[in-house]
Design a protein around this ligand. Structure first.
Ligand SMILES: CC(C)(COP(=O)(O)OP(=O)(O)OC[C@H]1O[C@@H](n2cnc3c(N)ncnc32)[C@H](O)[C@@H]1OP(=O)(O)O)[C@@H](O)C(=O)NCCC(=O)NCCS
Length: 184
């Protein structure tokens, strides 16, 4: 499906553009924003490649990658990055990822972003199950996913190799019927 476009009270979700590289770098290049992610802070060139790959992936058939810009409706500024990746080994399932620029944290944008992404997954793409994997130390992510009705399901042991060390992931997920009912 292309293009994705959704709005909430304060945010828009839209397709990425190549002009977004610097704004995405402000997130993916930040040690603070990537502290609990599965990768270390990226260079600007790595971010440029990610954005370019994400743009190229929109025309794949079927489309499995939905890397989206989160923008503030008031300022039209890109303040976050959201991603749904359809799982080729699971029917109508996808993983979710999201990150916001640190200077906007704590204002409810995280939960608003995840709701927008779940709306895309369940309402636009007709998915059955959406899940996210977080670091056990990522309390902000745990609270954000819980706030939107994603249930903590368990731990994947030594799921992520980061800085030469294996790290567990905690899985949170939500089903289509739970989304339609407004939460589990
Ligand atoms: C996770 C993230 C998106 C949350 O964004 P945010 O805009 O600050 O979140 P919200 O303001 O919507 O808050 C959502 C919930 O998380 C809680 N929360 C936010 N930051 C927190 C923190 N540092 N510690 C504990 N709880 C926190 C809020 O209190 C709220 O909980 P509540 O609904 O129980 O009150 C943001 O911290 C971020 O971008 N982190 C870096 C990337 C990342 O870790 N992404 C998740 C990958 S799995």
């Amino acid at each position: 499906m292309y293009p994705i476009s959704r709005s909430s009270a304060r945010l828009n979700l839209r397709e990425l553009e190549i002009e977004d590289v610097d704004a995405v770098f402000a997130i993916y290049g930040s040690p603070e924003a990537t502290e609990h992610l599965s990768f270390e802070a990226r260079t600007r060139e790595q971010v440029r490649q990610i954005v370019a790959r994400s743009i190229a992936a929109v025309s794949e058939t079927p489309r499995t990658e939905y890397a989206l810009a989160v923008t503030e409706r008031d300022s039209d500024e890109l303040i976050g990055f959201g991603r749904l990746a359809l799982d080729p080994h699971q029917q109508r399932g996808a993983t979710i990822g999201f990150a916001l620029r640190p200077n906007v944290w704590g204002a409810g944008y995280g939960a608003e972003t995840v709701r927008l992404l779940l709306g895309v997954g369940f309402e636009d793409l007709g998915l059955h199950r959406i899940w996210g994997a977080r670091s056990p130390l990522n309390e902000a992510s745990a609270r954000t996913m819980t706030a939107v009705g994603m249930v903590e399901e368990g731990t994947i042991r030594e799921h992520v190799l980061k800085a030469g060390k294996w790290r567990d992931s905690v899985v949170h997920a939500i089903l289509d019927r739970e989304w339609r009912a407004g939460g589990p």
